[in-house]
Design a protein around this ligand. Structure first.
Ligand code: CUA
Length: 229
């Protein structure tokens, strides 16, 4: 999760988020190089008193500053497309989770496991445990196995919500009447926090998501306990 003064991206917990961070750094590097170059040129113009009285046109420089930015943009566009298709790839998921957005909480269904279903509400500040995270902890967490391909199906019951987990690189809109799909692979155990990221109403800020990533045998234990009850 994000902590104080963490202005960058969170540490990744999935291979796709790792790729997203690499792409972000790559795009930022190009951005900084352009900003420094243009900034330098603009700054130096203030101290330049030379004037070319016969300047009407410059075919060569026009060619250069048209084609060069186009080539630079290719260096961003091609890795971006690669990532886009990588994010869309579904690779034989072993667990499917359905999450449904409501005003203002999430509900979850493990359709393949005897249809386990539960609601997940934020814990109000006055009921929070001393080690709880304010506006971020929920009463019922989503338990998922680590080192497994996980598919999530996202929809909503009332207005548009968005199921977003920064550490996993997941952000899918839940839209009434539609079923959106994405997948991810959690490569370590832990708690991963997220929040709804579509402006969905008065309590939009208060429908967090908590994923509890556990080893596969613990997940099997959890799921069989819940199937029997
Ligand atoms: Cu649900 Cu914002």
């Amino acid at each position: 999760m994000s902590t104080w003064a963490n202005l960058g991206l969170q540490d990744s917990a999935s291979p796709l988020m790792e790729q997203l961070i690499f792409f972000h750094d790559h795009a930022l590097l190009i951005l900084v190089m352009i900003t420094v170059l243009v900034g330098y040129l603009m700054f130096m113009l203030f101290f330049n008193s030379y004037i070319n009285r016969f300047l009407l046109h410059g075919q060569l420089i026009e060619m250069i500053w048209t084609i060069l930015p186009a080539i630079i943009l290719l260096f961003i566009a091609l890795p971006s497309l690669r990532l886009l298709y990588l994010l869309d790839e579904i690779n034989e998921p072993s667990v499917t989770l359905k999450s449904i957005g409501h005003q203002w909480y999430w509900s979850y269904e493990y359709s393949a496991f005897n249809n386990i279903e539960f609601d997940s509400y934020m814990i109000p500040t006055n009921e929070l445990a001393t080690d709880g995270f304010r506006l971020l902890d929920v009463d019922n967490r989503v338990v998922l196995p680590m080192n497994s391909q996980i598919r999530i199906l996202v929809t909503a019951a009332d207005v548009i919500h968005s199921w977003t987990i920064p550490a996993l690189g997941v952000k899918v809109d839940g839209t009434p009447g539609r079923l959106n799909q994405t997948n991810f692979f959690i490569n370590r155990p832990g708690l991963f926090y997220g929040q709804c990221s579509e402006i969905c109403g008065a309590n939009h800020s208060f429908m967090p998501i908590v994923i509890e990533s556990v080893p596969v045998n613990y997940f099997i234990k959890w799921i069989s306990n819940n199937m029997n009850s």
